[in-house]
Design a protein around this ligand. Structure first.
Ligand SMILES: [Zn+2]
Length: 416
């Protein structure tokens, strides 16, 4: 284990030299950037004043209480997420598994019954009971059920109908729409590939032409955009890359351009990641961007790249941990985008997921930990493709691979 007594990067003399220089030409963007840097500097200064021996601490107990409460009761401010209720289940359950906090069997069973009510009679899951099926809550529901990992949870998923739903959103060019009559973007490909691979319903034709469509989303910057021709973006880049990993085609990306793009999204002063070039740091990109590094490491390894480290991902793992632990924790529990923003379950899930990626290098065969601060800061590892704990992925794959792949109605029927 590394890092326990290493002085914090943000306490070094030279840290302020990493601040943004606008070369005397202020813009809206540069002013916003400076504002964020000043707020982070303030957080660091306050921390310095009250801690002689800096040991950033993960507020485990506070986060646990915040999550536990959310699983049973949500405040009025979550009304706007009424169409994302399976997401709330996933964000909370995954955060709890990262914190190694078990969910009582009765609560897990209630979540299964609730998600069963979100399943559409025509397949796939909706954002809430009696709504239309949509790929995003379908991904969240399947992930949540795999985290619960009981017979009851697995049995909620109607795999035949799920395959029908995936066909109903597949497009002739290989892409997927998010829901029937909805928009196309690369998130849909990831959601479809993730649920189809976890539940063993991938048929030879289901992802026909999908690889080429995803590849066409990689642009001159090196990252991927939501649809071909737009700006590269962290969330879309993760989705497209992870989808290609599931399909076994990630080597067809320009991997070096992608690596260059993503490592340049880690902010020099803040230590966290931005989602796009010239944007501000945001805690949730701790997963969407840093999560790309394990995928890239494996891809380069498969390509026979000989210079790869056997101990570290190709980003500043300690700097990201500093950003999350010092700048993204609400003292009463829950994590957030950046200082001054309020906590929510989405940022709690993706800050913790990114923290886990920054702590754990490797896979089950070869593993190296870099845990900043106290030993109690250590989270459980997460699977970089599915973002649930690796043993839950293995367990789901084992369960569903005993079942036959459903026979699909001929694809011509679906695409006519
Ligand atoms: Zn965010």
């Amino acid at each position: 284990m590394d890092g326990l007594q290493t002085p914090l990067r943000c306490f070094r003399e030279c840290h302020s030299a990493e601040m943004f220089a606008d070369d005397g030409l202020g813009t809206v963007t540069s002013r916003e950037q400076k504002k964020v840097e000043r707020s982070i500097e303030e957080v660091i200064n306050v921390y310095k004043q009250i801690h002689n021996i800096p040991q950033p601490t993960l507020l485990r107990e506070q986060h646990y209480q915040y999550l536990k409460k959310g699983l049973r009761h949500l405040s009025d401010s979550y009304e706007c997420l009424d169409a994302s209720r399976p997401w709330l289940c996933f964000w909370i359950l995954h955060s709890l598994e990262l914190l190694d906090e078990p969910v009582p069997a009765a609560v897990a069973s209630d979540v299964c019954q609730f998600l069963a009510r979100c399943q559409s009679p025509t397949g796939g899951f909706a954002g809430g009971p009696s709504q239309h099926a949509h790929l995003a809550p379908t991904y969240a529901a399947v992930n949540a059920l795999c985290i619960i990992g009981t017979e009851e949870a697995y049995n909620v998923i109607d795999r035949e109908k799920l395959l029908d739903f995936l066909w109903s959103v597949k497009q002739p060019d290989g892409s997927f729409v998010m829901h029937v009559g909805g928009e196309v973007d690369v998130r849909s490909v990831y959601c479809a590939a993730s649920v189809a691979s976890l539940t063993n319903i991938i048929t030879p034709k289901l992802f026909e032409d999908t690889t080429n469509w995803v590849l066409s989303c990689q642009n001159w910057e090196g990252g991927l955009s939501g649809v071909p021709g737009l700006e590269a973006h962290g969330g879309y880049t993760f989705c497209g890359t992870a989808a290609l990993v599931i399909l076994g085609k990630e080597h067809m990306l320009d991997l070096k351009a992608l690596l260059r793009w993503v490592v340049n999204r880690q902010m020099r002063f803040e230590g966290g990641f931005q989602g796009r070039c010239n944007k501000l740091v945001d805690g949730c990109y701790s997963y969407w961007q840093a999560g790309l590094l394990p995928l890239l490491h494996r891809a380069f390894f498969k390509e026979g790249e000989s210079e790869l480290s056997q101990h570290r991902w190709m980003f500043e793992q300690e700097a990201l941990q500093e950003y999350i632990l010092l700048c993204c924790q609400n003292p009463t529990g829950g994590l957030l985008d950046k200082p001054g923003k309020s906590r929510d379950f989405y940022h709690t899930c993706y800050c913790l997921s990114g923290l886990s990626i920054a702590q754990h290098f490797g896979n089950t065969d070869s593993h190296h930990e870099t845990v900043l601060g106290k030993e109690q800061n250590r989270l459980a590892p997460t699977h970089p493709v599915y973002n649930i704990c690796p043993e839950k992925v293995a367990q789901a794959l084992q369960y569903f691979h005993r079942l036959p792949v459903p026979v699909e109605n001929s694809s011509a029927d679906h695409q006519s």
